[in-house]
Design a binder for this molecule. Sequence first.
Ligand SMILES: [Zn+2]
Length: 545
Amino acid sequence: MKRDKRLAFIPLALFLAVTGAAPAQPTSDQAALSQQVSAWMAEGYDALERWDYAQAEEIARKLETAAASAAADTKIQAKAAYFHGRFQFYTADYEASRPALERYQELDPGNVHPEFTDFLAQVRFLADLWKDRLEFKSEHFIIRVKPGKDRILVEPALEALERAWPVLTRELRVTPPGPILVEFYPDFPAFSQATGLSEQDVKTSGTIAVCKYRRFIVTSPKALVQGYDFQNSICHEFVHHLIYLRNGKHCPIWLHEGIAKYYEPRWRGEPGGTLPLTSLSLLAAAVRTDQLISFERMHPSFAKLDSPQQGQLAFAQVTSTVDYLIRTYGQESLFRLLDELKKDTDYRQALQWVTGKPFPQFYAGWKEFVRQEHFQEIPGLEVVELDIKKPGEPGGEDEDQVSEADLKENEAWKFVRLGDLLRDRNRVAPALVEYEKARSLMPLNVRLLNKLGLAYILAQDYDQAVARLDLARTYYPGMADTNVKLGQAYTGKGDLNRAIESYEQSLTINPFNPFVYENLIRLYEKTRQTDKLEQTRKRLALVQG
Ligand SMILES: [Zn+2]
């Protein structure tokens, strides 16, 4: 979850201070109405912040009635229009929000400040973007996509969320009142417009989805070179949603993220708090060298940390802290902590109240807990940055080139570049020699492992291909490419079930690659899985359309 500067738009106090002033010579009716309108607006903003849209709607209606009354002046009409526009923005009806905000601008041009201008520009952008939207409903969720390839996301997204619903509402003890809207933004610039997050923010924190205004704002996996595990990410946002429903703003960001990450794997039936090996390795090293990130440093957002390594470490720390709390003090302790925080208690005091230990003692206990887990520090492991696609750039199935920056960073890349040249001239055996030279210098580089996998496939040495690619998948499970190549390697070996499993796995990260569907169709035919065959043909048509 992200809180960012652009979404704060117009501070309530400022707005009321500027627009709440009575006209120069008000009648008593006008003065009374103006006062009433200000009170309603304050209530309305509060309702919006609490995601109580039913109450906000009622207030919007009261304001409209007030604006239509004889005693209303243009200031009152302007306020009613503004609130209406803001309310419609919260409900994601941008086309209804835009004219209301434009009316506000006309009625009260002297009161238009830069925050409002930015807000209106954002609403106009979103209204244009979503005017041809498609929406698909399940029992508890609505998925919104642009027409075209993103249609492929709908079924897997709804499937994951509906699986998550009973588990997470039960375990977090909150049930959302109505259906939750999930918007998939087609590319990164659109996601950035909707959230105010920059490319750097996204790279540092790995934030590709945000829970805000009672909805999920999500980047389509087709906006990233490698795609990403979008089902997991939307379930992560669902946890944030439930925490917000439970605690409103009374939960520090480190705990919000810790709980979201802790519960994120539950929809797949995996135990809470499961972390990838890279995260555990970073955590073990940071505890050993005392280079942990303070909870204060994580505020107000993980996106403001220094690097993707820091982002990943921060996530590992907070997830592990929640894990420690639950394992040491019981499941109830988490809920007692959340309840205590609702009283606006400082988190250190709240933790002390729950655990009976002053914070430094609790924190030392957690560090000892991490040491006792003996997580393996894996030398040579790298943190993979999210790679946002440039406009017009093709998907992750295309070969990645060795860059000047790579060469500067590690001279092993010169062997890789030579390997690429040889391979492209069909000289696979000498190419493999070069790649293996590079591997002795950077044994766990995921790009290199994938190149090795491909070269061994070309050399028809499928056992070696699987060995390299398996290593890549173990340490970097989020790469669609690795799974595609594993599918090819297993097919070469004649292990059709493993080939199918690998291709299916790749689609959970990048569901846009037609090559994968084509291969799966052949494999389902061979293994006579007729139900999957039909479904896959339909899905292939969607990504080709
Ligand atoms: Zn999060």
